[in-house]
Design a protein around this ligand. Structure first.
Ligand code: PEP
Ligand code: MN
Length: 281
C-alpha cells in the first residue's frame, strides 16, 4: 500500500465528512431512495417516506449506467431538478451519480454529494474532475477491484485537492450466481485499518436480493460501518430500474429501528473499549 500519501491511515484520526447535517465517520448515516429518479410523484413520495422512516440522506440516479443501451438511462437534468425539489421538501441532502467528466461541474450544483459508480471507479478523467470540485464524493468499489486499487482511486481524488471522499463497498464479482455480487464485509474493518476515510456499505447492489438486504445491513453495522446506502421505492414492483431489489418503505422503516439499536450497542462497545484503553495507559 505504498504511494497512498494522502489516503493511508498512518497515525491520523479517522476523518469525519460533513454533508448537510450528516457526519460520515461519526455514528451511522443512512442514505436511502430510489435507484433512479423516474417522476415527480415517485421521487417526492419516496423522499418523504424515507425521511419519515429516519433516513439521513436521499439517493437517486439521474444518469444511469445500464448494461443495455436500450434500457432506461435516467432523466438527466430533469431528474436533478426533481432531486433538488425533494431536498427542499424534506431537508434531506442528496447524492447522485455522475458518469461523464464533462457533467461534473453542473451536476455538482444540484447535488450535495457526487457518486462515482462501480463501473467508473477507475475512470481517471472522471476522478480528476471530481477531485477538482468542492462537493464530497462517494466512491464505490469497482466490482473487479482490490482494496489497493480502490484506495488508489481515492488518492486520485484527494491528490487533486478534494479531501472529502467516502468509500462504498457494493460487492465484487465472484463465481457465486445466487447473489448479484458478493458483499465483501471484511472490507469494512480492513478499510478502517488502511485508511482514515469513512466507509459505507450498499447492501442492495451487493446482494441484489430483497431478502438479504436487512440481514446484511445489520451485519455491516455490527462490523463497524459508518453508513449504508439502500434502495427504497414507493412502489418497488413498478420501478424502472432494479425493481427486484428495492425495499418497500414499510420494510425499510422496520429495518431502521433495528439498525439504530445495533448502532447504539456498537457505540457502547466502542466507548467501553476506549475507557479500558485509557485506564490501561
Ligand atoms: C447505484 O448506486 O445506483 C449504482 C448503479 O450502483 P453501482 O455503481 O454500485 O452498481
Ligand atoms: Mn440500482
Amino acid at each position: 500500500m505504498k504511494d497512498l500519501k494522502l489516503t493511508a491511515r498512518n497515525a491520523s484520526e479517522p476523518t469525519v465528512i460533513t454533508v448537510g447535517e450528516c457526519r460520515f465517520g461519526e455514528g451511522l448515516v443512512v442514505v436511502a431512495g430510489p435507484c433512479s429518479v423516474e417522476s415527480e410523484k415517485q421521487t417526492i413520495d419516496t423522499a418523504r417516506a424515507v425521511k419519515a422512516a429516519g433516513a439521513d440522506m436521499l439517493r437517486g440516479g439521474a444518469f444511469k449506467p445500464r448494461t443495455s443501451p436500450y434500457a432506461f438511462q435516467g432523466l438527466g437534468l430533469q431528474g436533478l431538478k426533481l432531486l433538488a425539489k425533494a431536498r427542499r421538501e424534506t431537508g434531506l441532502p442528496v447524492v447522485t451519480e455522475v458518469i461523464d467528466p464533462r457533467d461534473v461541474s453542473w451536476v455538482a450544483e444540484f447535488a450535495d454529494m457526487l457518486q462515482i459508480g462501480t463501473r467508473n471507479m477507475q475512470n481517471f478523467a472522471l476522478l480528476k474532475e471530481v477531485g477538482r470540485c468542492s462537493k464530497p464524493v462517494l466512491l464505490k468499489r469497482g466490482m473487479y477491484s482490490t482494496l489497493n486499487e480502490w484506495l488508489n482511486c481515492a488518492e486520485y481524488i484527494l491528490s487533486e485537492g478534494n479531501p472529502s471522499v467516502i468509500l462504498c463497498e457494493r460487492g465484487i464479482r465472484t463465481f457465486e450466481t445466487y447473489t448479484r455480487n458478493t458483499l465483501d464485509l471484511s472490507a469494512v474493518p480492513a478499510i478502517k485499518e488502511l485508511t482514515h476515510l469513512p466507509i459505507i456499505v450498499d447492501p442492495t447492489h451487493s446482494t441484489g436480493r430483497l431478502g438479504l438486504i436487512a440481514p446484511m445491513s445489520m451485519a455491516a453495522v455490527a462490523a463497524g460501518v459508518d453508513g449504508l446506502i439502500i434502495e427504497v421505492h414507493i412502489q418497488p414492483e413498478e420501478a424502472l430500474c432494479d425493481a427486484g431489489q428495492a425495499m418497500h418503505p414499510q420494510h425499510f422503516s422496520r429495518l431502521m429501528g433495528r439498525l439504530r439499536s445495533i448502532s447504539a450497542f456498537m457505540k457502547g462497545e466502542t466507548d467501553e473499549a476506549g475507557k479500558h484503553s485509557s485506564t490501561n495507559e
